[in-house]
Structures are given as C-alpha cells and as structure tokens.
Design a protein around this ligand. Structure first.
Ligand SMILES: [Zn+2]
Length: 444
C-alpha cells in the first residue's frame, strides 16, 4: 500500500474492471459490503426512509440511491459517470486463418486510438450468455495469462511511417493474433501458407470449457483489454497509468463518495444518487445508456415506493442537482498549441469544471458556482476547461441527462493525458480531491 489510499482504491477498481460488466459487478460488491440492498427492476419496490439500495440494468449500468429520514421536501443530489471505454470488441465468429496464424476479427467500440492497441499484451474479457432451462444466463469471463497481440508492421515494410504517419484500417489491421494453427511447428500441415491447420487451442474451445456448452449455443460481448495492471508512475508516484481511466476514474470517485457518505447517513438533506451508465462512448442511446429511462424510472419509482406522487416528484426534480463527472484534457506538454491558452487544466491541481458555449457540456454559471463552492468546502483547488474555439469539443452524459430530467447540471472531471488510448495517465493526487468534493455535494 502507498500513502495515497484513494489512488490505491482506484487502482484496485481499475484492475478488477476490464469491461463495463466487470465494473458494475465490482461496484455492486462495494455497495453490498457497505450494507446497501440489491433491488431488481422487474420486481415491485417497497422502500423506507433511511435505506440505501441499488439496481443494475444489462449488467453494465448501475444506480445507487440513499434515502434520508426526513422526506418533507424531497430532492436529489446525483453524481453520474460512465462505465464504458473505447475498445476493440470481438466479432461473433473467427475469420479464416491468415497463413498459420489463429486470429479473430474485431469491431471498433467508440473513439479508439488504433495505434495504442498495437504491440501490447492483450486479454479477452466480457460476458458470455447461454440458455439454461429456457432462461438466459450470463457469465463474466476473463482470460488470465496467455496474452494475445496485434503486431505492428516492421519499419522495413513501411518505410514512410515516421514521416507520413501510421494509417490503420480497422477491418484489416487490428485483428489480434491468438496463436498458431500448428503451435508445435510442422505437425499439422508443414510450412505451406494458407493451409487449414487443425492444431492449437482456440477461443471457441476456451469458451466451451469455461461455460460448459457448445460454441454454437453461445453468444457473447467480449472486449480486448490491456493486461498490464494499473499502477503508479513518475518519480514521486504523481501519476496513475492505466487503461479505462476515462471513465472508470470518475465512476470510482462517484461510487466511493456515495459509499463513504453512507457511514454517517444524514437524517435530513437530499436523496443521494450515484448513477453509472454504459454506452457513453457510442452516444448513450441504448436501453442502459444515459439516453434511456434508467435514471428517470429509478428516481420516480423511489418516490412512488415512499408514498409520494407525481405532484411531489416534479418539484423534487426541480429542486435537484446533477454532477456529471467525466475525465478532462490536461494540457499536453508536447502539444501546448492544442489547448486554449487561458483555460488549460494541470495535473494534480484539482477538479476541472468543463464549459462549452454549444452546450456539449451542461455547465452554466449557476452550476459552476455550486461546484466551486463544494471545492471550497472540501478544501481543494478547482480549475476551468474550455476547448479552443477552433477545435470541435467532446461531450459527456451531462447534456443528455440534464435534458431528459430538467435538472441543473455541472460537467466536471479530473485532468488526464492520452484520453482514449489503451493506456492513459492521470494524477494520483487529483483522485482524492474529487472524492472529497463529491462527498460535499452529497451532503448539500
Ligand atoms: Zn468519458
């Protein structure tokens, strides 16, 4: 253990969560450990003041809610983040071998930096489903050891790559190599190219062994992930290096703030909510994304289960606040010209408030003031980010949820570099500062 317990806790969460399915399972375990009750959207809910509970949808989104004792003037304080990250997803069937390589086709999920996936030790993780007595059963899987690889073309075969840049076609150039069709050499077909070799372990075989049914009866959502564990970097451990920091870092900060507040639940105050959504990286439109009715339904059902009607639900929403927490771009030392010269965040200098005139971020002056006040209360510094006016701005779940629920929203995040790379980096000190600020938010 290092001296930074908050960063240690984030690193453990990252290592346990190679996919959104694993992240939600890890979050559910954390909530159960602090005494929360698991509810199911398919059942009727009975709730009492003072309870903490959570629901999941699709196994990849989760909403946790804590009810205060006093509900005379209900309102919500919601911290929201996303569980998914750009990655390469396996297609349903393997392609024919190229020469004697055993490979598997991939689709691109979200805004992947293709080059960052080359020459890394990759694993496969996700969920596999099968029918069990007519019921659909899901199992989380993860390859351990035996890493796979997407090999980059040697410079001798791509002489202009350093001058012209690396151009990768996702259909042809990102297929991982899983092994050889004849791993022992000459056993199953000699040295000829293009033969249909019969030897070697296969992904199909591994899935059949793990799940216990024939490959033809399985379906799956499997991702490639970088098997190098998350860890500290820099002379003074001032950085964290990991895949999926965008946005497991803010998912973890929202969840930790929520769980730690549960140790001394307030009698009065807001209904506290931590909402972690899948599918932000592909636009949030899915049954479990931020564009779905997941949060809306969870909030409404909470009030109904407490005996409050729609005439109380709508004012409750109007009295509420949302913090949309998603990672932010720190200034890049080698590309300072890419940043707005007066609004660039620095690593380990505290949470960032993100604004955009076109409302790609949901922040307005009032919600920015609210968040700045929370940072003051938590005793942490606070930074501002806007994009250069001549560059297109990214977005978050903030505008989607703000529009759907009509809740005033602030978009915030911690500064990071290499966003959407298979291996990103952020500050180890910023993480605890965000947790402290979100705890102040829940208390408001
Ligand atoms: Zn993000």
């Amino acid at each position: 253990m290092s001296k930074n317990a908050d960063a240690d806790s984030l690193i453990a969460f990252l290592n346990a969560s190679p996919t959104p399915f694993h992240a939600v399972e890890t979050a559910a375990d954390r909530l159960l450990a602090m005494g929360a009750i698991r509810l199911d959207e398919k059942d009727a809910w009975t709730l009492k003041p003072g309870q903490t509970f959570f629901v999941t949808r699709n196994g990849s989104s989760i909403v946790a809610i804590r009810i205060p004792q006093d509900l005379s003037r209900p309102r919500f304080r919601i911290a929201a983040a996303h569980t998914d990250s750009p990655c390469l997803k396996l297609k349903p069937r393997s392609p024919d071998p190229s020469a004697n390589y055993r490979q598997w086709g991939v689709e691109v999920y979200g805004g992947v930096l293709y080059n960052s996936w080359l020459d890394r030790d990759l694993g496969v993780a996700g969920r596999v489903t099968r029918l069990d007595d007519g019921e659909i059963k899901s199992v989380l899987v993860r390859t351990e050891g035996k890493p796979f690889r997407i090999p980059q073309l040697a410079i001798h075969l791509d002489r202009g790559v350093n001058e012209n840049g690396l151009v990768l076609n996702p259909q042809r150039h990102l297929q991982p190599v899983l092994g050889l069709t004849d791993p022992v050499g000459l056993g199953s077909g000699g040295l000829g190219l293009g033969f249909p070799g019969a030897g070697g372990r296969t992904l199909e075989g591994w899935l059949e062994e793990t799940i216990g049914v024939p490959f033809a009866s399985l379906a799956f959502e499997l991702h490639l992930y970088d098997t190098s564990p998350a860890g500290y970097g820099g002379f003074d451990d001032e950085f964290i290096y990991s895949g999926r920091l965008d946005n497991l870092a803010m998912s973890h900060a929202s969840l930790e703030a929520f769980c730690r507040e549960g140790l001394q639940p307030p009698a009065t105050g807001a209904i506290q909510v931590a909402a972690l959504f899948d599918n932000e990286e592909v636009g949030s439109t899915s049954a479990q994304g931020a564009n779905s009715n997941l949060l809306d339904a969870a909030l409404e059902r909470t009030l109904l289960a407490l005996g409050l009607g729609r005439d109380e639900a709508l004012p409750a929403l109007a009295r509420s606040h949302l913090v949309s927490a998603d990672m932010a771009h720190a200034i890049h030392p080698n590309y300072p010209e890419k940043h707005e010269p007066y609004h660039y965040p620095l690593i380990n200098r505290g949470p960032v408030i993100k604004g955009n005139a076109s409302m790609r971020y949901a922040t307005n002056a009032e919600t920015a003031t609210l968040f700045r006040g929370l940072c003051d209360k938590a005793g942490v510094p606070c930074q501002d980010f806007i994009n250069r006016a001549d560059l297109a701005c990214g977005t978050t779940i903030g505008p989607h949820v703000a529009a759907a629920l009509g809740i005033p929203t602030v978009d915030v995040g911690n500064p990071m570099l290499s966003m959407h790379s298979a291996r990103e980096m952020c500050g180890s000190e910023d993480h605890g500062m965000m947790i402290r600020t979100l705890r102040e938010f829940f208390r408001g």
